[in-house]
Design a protein around this ligand. Structure first.
Ligand SMILES: C[S@@+](CC[C@H](N)C(=O)[O-])C[C@H]1O[C@@H](n2cnc3c(N)ncnc32)[C@H](O)[C@@H]1O
Length: 316
């Protein structure tokens, strides 16, 4: 498995984010160390986190139609595969037609190992421990002549980008594709606000643990002294931006030292760190976003029990 050298990138990002004003931020990709990946897996099993089950239901009922919409000799790449639990549904269908070639791309070693172990028996599985774009370039470089690429971006992870950045990101993915390649994009749809909020603020406290683990990771890897009991998880829905925001709120006035980043940072009582945004979409927005990034909407499958859409986009 390829392992990237992080070269102080974590320290630099933490340093920049915690000095940002008026709102401190931390990039959500750092949630996923070994513990964070296990906690995310637990989140997907929570009764409140309907979007994972909805995504899986669509894949289960429509995998045949998805495979049939694509030409033979396919290589499948997945951005932020995690453990690939839902992907199995698609790969099993593909295996009925041809040998599976699958490149899971993820920054989490723990998740990739589990993915390779569980999906390895389905075909040729090549885990790439890389960031999304680095992984896409690696996959494009390995493409066999005549092969078509299908890129999966499931679980509404696209919602973690700011709106303009989402289009830029899809466009950047497009630059590694050729006309006729495809992107299967999972997006959580706007729904009742209470349902959306509960998915990020479960009563069991798993999402809170996932969020707080980001500070725990900074303690472990950057020799910091965050007192996790002095911060609390907070989720809110901002209707104006159509997004959930996850934040960590300081319960008291406190000073934190991050030795590995050469930083001492003050928190006022009630001050927050923005740790993740999760945009929710309307079906017509998906089409507009795809078009702006160089794709054509080929097909869309939705789930009504928990409104969610799976869109098949063709690179044009
Ligand atoms: C929200 S989880 C989704 C996992 C899975 N696709 C699903 O639908 O359940 C996001 C996944 O993307 C990975 N990830 C986050 N940022 C990443 C980045 N910049 N490059 C590669 N992987 C990333 C995380 O490790 C995690 O496994």
């Amino acid at each position: 498995m390829y392992a990237p050298a992080l070269d102080g990138e974590f320290a630099r990002d933490v340093c920049a984010g915690l000095q940002r004003s008026p709102l401190k931020t931390l990039p959500c990709r750092y949630f996923y160390d070994d513990l964070g990946s296990v906690l995310f897996d637990a989140i997907t099993r929570l009764p409140e986190y309907g979007l994972s089950r909805s995504d899986a239901r669509i894949l289960e009922s429509s995998a045949r139609a998805m495979v049939d919409a694509l030409p033979p000799d396919l290589a499948v790449a997945e951005l932020g595969s995690g453990t690939g639990a839902k992907t199995r549904l698609l790969l099993e269908e593909l295996r009925r037609r041809e040998r599976v070639v699958y490149y899971p791309i993820d920054v989490s070693e723990q998740a990739l190992q589990q993915c390779a172990q569980e999906l390895g028996p389905l075909g040729d599985v090549y885990p790439l421990r890389m960031s999304y774009l680095e992984g896409m370039r690696a996959v494009a470089g390995r493409r066999a002549p005549g092969q078509t690429l299908l890129v999966l971006f499931l679980g509404s992870t696209i919602g973690n980008f700011e709106s303009d950045a989402a289009i830029d990101f899809l466009y950047a993915i497009r630059t590694s594709l050729e006309p006729g390649d495809a992107l299967l994009l999972g997006t959580d749809l706007v729904k009742d606000e209470r349902l959306m909020l509960a998915a990020y603020d479960d009563p069991t406290g798993v999402t809170a643990a996932f969020n707080l683990n980001l500070l725990g990771r900074i303690n472990r890897e950057l020799d910091a002294d965050f007192d996790l009991r002095q911060f609390e998880h907070h989720a809110r829905y901002r209707a104006d931006a159509q997004r959930i925001e996850m934040r960590l709120r300081s319960k008291t006035h406190q000073k934190v030292t991050v030795r590995g980043a050469g930083l001492i940072v003050d928190f006022a009582r009630g001050e927050e760190i923005l740790t993740e945004v999760c945009h929710k979409f309307r079906p017509e927005q998906i089409c507009g976003m795809a078009r702006a990034a160089g794709y054509r909407l080929e097909a869309q499958w939705t789930d009504q029990a928990w409104p969610f859409a799976e869109s098949l986009l063709a690179a044009v």
